[in-house]
Design a protein around this ligand. Sequence first.
Ligand code: PGA
Length: 251
Amino acid sequence: MTGRRYLIAGNWKMHGRLQDGTALAQALAEKLGPNGDPRFEILVCPPATILSAVSAVGEKTALLTGGQDCHAAPQGAHTGDIAAEMLADAGAGYVIVGHSERRQNHAETSAQVKGKAAAALRAGLKAIVCVGETREQRDAGQAAEIVAAQVAGSVPEGATADNCVLAYEPVWAIGTGLTPTIADIAAMHSMIREKLRGLVASPEAVRILYGGSVKASNAAEILAIDDVDGALVGGASLDAGSFWAIAQACR
Ligand code: PGA
């Protein structure tokens, strides 16, 4: 972490109805106030159904909101899909693209993820581009190669530190309580940074988040790693206290 402001992002996944979702956002908005904290930014990505309401709760505070996925097109005959422009319209500033649950459950390829990330930029959103290897790929010694290919294939043209964030999330660490060793996270993040040097302007300023079983008890050591610039948090982001405790681990 050299000169980059931490981003602590909560991915609520398919959790949150109007009442509990806005209450969670309210608790975070109160902690942040209008000015937030100079060490970190806090982002929540609720289900699209309550994005507008959650964005309204955070409006006069430093709380940021985002979507969890978007379609590549700005509008059209795509039943059930959501355009990046619609997320922006609902108050979002960010959108997660290429989460492994999308890559796996919806067979999204890196080329499709790149199209979604490009759509985010077109709509004026910041894209959080997710990459990560499976357990089998890590066991086969292919983790770095897989992640490098995902980065090269998913980061859109025109990506900069201002409109693009990377998130390294090993698939086997998501929701399992398992995390890679500190050395493995450090090695992967520095490899991703190296890869970005050939892909984006100002690669040193791009934030690279770690995600996968981040919680208050392991956040400090993970966030202390040089090229870890924040966290993408699933389970522990559903409770204001534990999510806030993760942010407090930022140096
Ligand atoms: P987890 O999820 O924190 O529950 O492991 C992380 C994610 O999928 O973004």
